[in-house]
Design a protein around this ligand. Structure first.
Ligand code: MN
Length: 297
């Protein structure tokens, strides 16, 4: 296998001292299959009285996929769902036509470590009705000293319960001891690996925590060499025929779709509903950068 492309995620400040590392999208890699956003949150030890608090904000055209590693976060959405997500669990929110939600640390002054992915919805599902699902039980198994959790898609006869709209895979691998393992790949998928802790060898190169490895397409197996104490996520999927546009919390195939959503949120349109959450704040949607230049040619 050729060496994977190495991408250094950039840090992004979500406010309140919550700094995340964003591996997707980047200039070098916009998407991996339908996966269009990857934030590594923490691990962070919040000072006393502090935690993550993300006020009410809307989404369209995507699924938010939260994978909790340490800590507890309360999700509240405009469909009326209130769900605490705990380590080893997934929250999967399908925005489709429109939804709003909040995310709040349950216990101030505690530790948080999580991954938030977005999955772009394909054209036939981009405007679907919103939905929310919580998954506490995911396929888990051991290969040598490595523990694998299937977050999305299927692998070796195992199927994740997460409801997706395009062919995808998501996998968490962790090992306290140094180990090697080989995974089957689909030659029609794009793949990438993000080590969250530790270090992994791929194609003769080492990738440390938060070095994003984007694999060349066409391979049918992937050999991974995990250093002791490594945890990583692997994502893959069928490439989209048409890339998505992203602005703020909106994903769409057309800029106009995003402009309309931004205006709807700013106007308090019932499209997104209302979130009932403790101490709710409503975030302001910045106008898309292309607005105001529509008539300049
Ligand atoms: Mn969100």
């Amino acid at each position: 296998m050729n060496s994977p492309k190495r991408i250094t995620p950039r840090s992004s400040d979500l406010g309140d001292g919550m700094v995340v590392l964003r591996a997707l999208p980047t200039r070098e890699q916009r998407m991996v299959g339908g996966w269009c956003f990857l934030d590594h949150l923490g691990p962070v030890d919040f000072p006393a009285e502090h935690g993550m608090h993300v006020g009410a904000h809307p989404h369209i055209g995507l699924q938010t996929f939260t994978w909790m590693i340490e800590g507890e976060v309360l999700h509240c959405d405009s469909l009326g769902n209130q769900q605490i997500i705990r380590p080893g669990e997934v929250n999967l929110m399908t925005a489709g036509h429109g939804i709003a939600h909040t995310e709040d640390s349950v216990t101030p002054g505690s530790r948080l470590h999580a991954v938030q992915f977005w999955i772009a919805l394909p054209p036939d599902a981009a405007d679907c009705p919103p939905a929310f699902a919580h998954h506490a039980d995911l396929p888990r198994w051991q290969e040598g000293t490595a523990q694998l959790t299937l977050l999305a898609g299927s692998l070796g006869g195992r199927v994740a319960p997460t409801q997706l709209h395009s062919p995808l895979i998501g996998l968490d691998i962790r090992s306290t001891a140094a180990t090697e393992l080989t995974l089957p790949l689909r030659p029609d998928f794009e793949y990438a690996v993000l080590p969250l802790t530790g270090r992994v060898g791929i194609g003769g190169e080492d990738f440390s925590a938060n070095e994003f490895a984007c694999l060349e397409r066409g391979g049918d197996t992937l050999a991974l060499t995990l250093a002791a104490g490594t945890q990583l996520v692997l994502i893959g999927g069928e490439p989209f025929a048409q890339p998505v546009q992203m602005w703020w919390n909106f994903v769409a195939f057309e800029r106009d779709t995003i402009s309309i959503a931004q205006a709807d949120w700013a106007a308090g349109s019932p499209r997104f509903g209302a979130v009932k959450a403790p101490g709710e704040r409503r975030l302001v949607a910045p106008p898309p950068p292309w607005q105001g230049s529509l008539h300049t040619g």
